[in-house]
Design a binder for this molecule. Structure first.
Ligand SMILES: NC(=O)c1ccc[n+]([C@@H]2O[C@H](COP(=O)([O-])OP(=O)(O)OC[C@H]3O[C@@H](n4cnc5c(N)ncnc54)[C@H](OP(=O)(O)O)[C@@H]3O)[C@@H](O)[C@H]2O)c1
Length: 243
């Protein structure tokens, strides 16, 4: 698939990694649907950045844990751009919760945001893509989905489910639509991380340094442009998954 002229929806793209994805795809000539939930000010800033590169872009607000808001998001993108070629499921709920600390609320929030929402967004988008004869779906997962971090149980389980969703949708939407995952390592620390938490995360990589949101963006571009890869998980984690 060629990126110039394609229509891309990136969830959670007001800030941080999602913003880098939106800017990268816009710089390569995609029309970009910027989705946000609460970060309206940052979303407007990202919209300005995207439009500076000359790309067509629009903002869409939705809480992706709500079915009607998910549906309205896809319908809004179709109404504005007339199609959808690329869906990047990037929005995510992240938080620490070990076995005995996990509440039903933690579970629902993280599993609904990180696995259920991508599944239902991808199903709707995938049907549109199959009808159009082509499409790419990329799920932003986490190495936690493979190694399962006990201090982040619902998050890890939600990302494990997302990896399963990736393979299941790759099978279900083949041959016209390719579905892949990118599993980042530490590419942008949460704002509240202490220096010690940052050092620990870096120490747990083979490359002994953090990556960047742009590293993730380059992996997404690769998966969009390569039509013979599906059901794959591309680690962008400095080798963390091997440790
Ligand atoms: N940052 C890293 O180093 C790292 C490492 C491994 C994996 N990842 C993965 O890479 C992706 C991007 O990472 P990130 O750190 O940039 O993510 P993030 O800042 O934790 O979250 C991205 C966005 O998700 C949106 N979001 C959360 N709950 C939502 C909901 N219920 N409905 C709609 N949107 C919701 C938020 O939008 P609003 O702010 O608008 O509310 C938030 O800005 C995530 O999937 C993450 O799991 C990141």
């Amino acid at each position: 698939m060629r990126i110039p002229g394609s229509i891309a929806l990136i969830t959670g793209s007001a800030r941080r990694v999602g913003r880098a994805l939106a800017l990268q795809l816009a710089a390569m000539g995609a029309k970009v649907a910027i989705h946000y939930r609460r970060s309206e000010r940052e979303a407007r800033d990202t919209l300005d950045g995207v439009r500076e590169s000359g790309a067509e872009a629009e903002l869409f607000q939705a809480d992706l844990t709500l079915a009607d808001e998910r549906d309205a998001l896809i319908e809004g993108v179709l109404a504005r751009f007339g199609g959808l070629d690329i869906l990047v499921n990037n929005a995510s709920a992240f938080g620490a919760a070990a076995l005995d600390q996990t509440t039903p609320k933690d579970w629902d929030e993280q599993v609904d945001t990180n696995a259920k929402a991508p599944f239902f967004l991808a199903r709707r988008a995938g049907h549109l893509m199959v009808d159009a004869g082509r499409g790419k779906i990329i799920n932003i997962a986490d190495t936690a989905g493979e190694s399962i971090w006990p201090a982040y149980l619902p998050y890890s389980v939600s990302k494990a489910a997302l990896l399963g969703v990736t393979r299941g949708l790759a099978k279900s939407l083949a041959p016209r639509v390719q579905v892949n995952a990118v599993a980042p390592g530490p590419v942008q620390f949460p704002e509240y991380y202490t220096e010690e938490q940052k050092r620990t995360a870096i120490e747990r990589t083979l490359l002994k340094r953090p990556g960047s949101p742009e590293d993730v963006a380059r992996a997404v571009v690769f998966l969009i442009e390569n039509d013979y890869v599906t059901g794959e998980t591309l680690h962008v984690d400095g080798g963390r998954h091997l440790l």
